[in-house]
Write a protein that binds this ligand. Structure first.
Ligand SMILES: [Zn+2]
Length: 295
């Protein structure tokens, strides 16, 4: 299984990559800059992290886009700023040898013009793709004015983007629960994956942000929690781990904490649940066997 985490790069990109590798992780998510604003600090030379990633055994590096821009803004100056920053983020990700830029669909400004906001987001993604690299659109909790919480809305976004292997989906389990998709049982996991397949296409699923949600299902409040401390069920966690293992879909922890030491409780729970799963379910009974193709 490819397990990863969002970690802080405060001590340097090479340092955090080695830290992830020593903790046994094989995927990693980083911000390339302060996600809430300010000047993006300078990056290491292009390609210099590639050997560091290889040596550390990090097979998938996600670069999370900053939050201070609204890629779905209707206001021209506002969306213009977002597009410049996000196209630059694609270049920053490439320089860091990142595989994907992970992006939230942004916020609607005027509810009556929600459709226009979605169209603006689709155009933003097209502009990002003028730079080399790949994008993952993340489902949201639907908090406040957030777009992209409902899978029908994500379907609309992906239809607008069109069929390209350069854009995929990042599924956040805390956001899915907060919006209203329960994840208590094995059936819940199966239903959610079927929904992903029906509305977006399971082959587009290129990563899962594995988080528990502090607030209840349907609360539309985005607060990540430690695994099994919120509304995520143990049975659902086992089913998700099993599915990710079978389909080689990387998991990225965004639970509270900034480093691998603070993430140990979650990593421990994953190991424990994995052991239970392999003890009680034979490989031939893996449900919903559609796997994402290797990248
Ligand atoms: Zn997330």
């Amino acid at each position: 299984m490819r397990l990863g985490a969002q970690l802080s790069q405060a001590h340097g990109f090479d340092v955090v990559i080695r830290e992830a590798g020593s903790a046994g992780l094989s995927a990693l998510q980083l911000f390339s800059r302060n996600p809430v604003g300010g000047q993006g600090k300078s990056l290491p030379p292009a390609g210099s992290l590639k050997p560091v990633l290889r040596e550390a055994g990090i097979e998938r590096l996600y670069i999370h886009a900053p939050y201070f821009v609204n890629p779905a803004a209707i206001d021209e100056a506002m969306v213009g700023r977002a597009r410049v920053a996000l196209k630059q983020e694609m270049r920053r990700a490439k320089r860091l040898s990142g595989d994907y830029v992970v992006l939230h669909p942004g916020h609607w400004q005027d509810k009556a013009r929600r459709e226009e906001s979605l169209a603006a987001f689709v155009d933003t993604v097209a502009i990002m793709l003028e730079a080399p690299g790949r994008v993952l659109v993340e489902n949201t909790a639907g908090q406040g004015r957030e777009l992209g919480a409902d899978f029908l809305e994500l379907q609309q976004i992906f239809q607008g983007i069109g069929r390209t292997r350069r854009v995929g989906l990042m599924l956040d389990t805390a956001h899915a629960m907060a919006f209203g998709y329960p994840l208590s049982s094995r059936d819940d996991v199966e239903r959610l994956l079927e929904r992903v397949d029906e509305n977006v296409g399971i082959e587009r699923l290129q990563g899962i942000h594995l988080n528990d949600s502090l607030y209840p299902v349907g609360s539309r409040r985005d607060r990540h929690a430690r695994l099994l401390s919120g509304c995520l069920g143990r049975e659902a966690l086992g089913a998700l781990l099993r599915w990710c293992d079978a389909s080689h879909c990387p998991l990225v922890l965004e639970t509270p904490g900034r480093d691998t030491i603070q993430r140990q409780p979650d990593i421990g729970i994953i190991r424990e649940v994995c052991q239970e799963e392999s003890a009680c379910v034979s490989p031939s009974t893996v449900f919903y066997p559609t796997a994402s193709p290797p990248r």
